[in-house]
Design a protein around this ligand. Sequence first.
Ligand code: G3H
Ligand code: ZN
Length: 290
Amino acid sequence: MLVHIKTLVKNAQKGGYAIGAFNVTNLESILAVAQAAVKANSPAIIQVSEAAIKYMGLKPITHMVSTVAKNVAVDVPIALHLDHGSSFDSVFECINAGFSSVHIDASSLPLDENINLTKQVIRVAHAKHVWVQGEVGAIAGSHGDITSKLESIPLAKLEEVVKFAKETGVDTIAAAVGTAHGIHVNESIVFKLLKAIKEQVKIPFVLHGASGVDDAKIKRAIKEGVSIINIGTDLKVAFCRTLMKECLNNKKETDPRTLLKPTIGAMEKVVVAKMELFGSTGKAGIHETH
Ligand code: G3H
Ligand code: ZN
């Protein structure tokens, strides 16, 4: 079923677990997340980037996610979220399309400009009961990059995170705490910073760039109060590796479905394992919040 993200997050906060926010890139990955949610009896966030919207179109992706949520994930809750929206126009379109949550990522701008743009988004989003995620201290790396050790992984400044949360009134907050987009040997979580943010900023924290981070660190981050954990690259890798293998092993195949079907199973397996790690397995029973 398709639900508002706030229902999932409030239940997760009460239950002491985190919700996986999985980046989808095509129908196969949408099906994989929904099937995993059913198998694990777990809530899930399906999130799309602007690149995914450019690839599939906003209406097709919105309808695909909501149809799959209603017809495949019949008894488990799924929320639809925009990941790393870069402009007012882009988040505005997703708000109007029916997303229950949008991320305005103005973290590369000076703090005051980030605050101003985030506040503008909040005004229109909240009028339509849509949640807004803000970001401070741009998260390093890039989605899908598995090739490099990053030269540096900049961290957010605690005082900026506190000021941003207070002045904007965002519903959820992301900040650079040592992880990076993609899979990199030198990414980690700076627990001192995460702990300090959690002590001073009471809204739900979103951990970006979680592919490539040790399971033990993810578990500890959930204990520190992380509510949403973003996974993108792990799904891209599972899809591409499986598809490449299928193509190499079946060079004469002419039915795309024969080659693509195993990718759904491979991504589903990754998502089921993440749900177990995040503690959301078996937590599909939702309690509506208003
Ligand atoms: O916004 C998306 C996530 O932060 C994904 O990061 O590709 O390292 O899993 P990841
Ligand atoms: Zn991210």
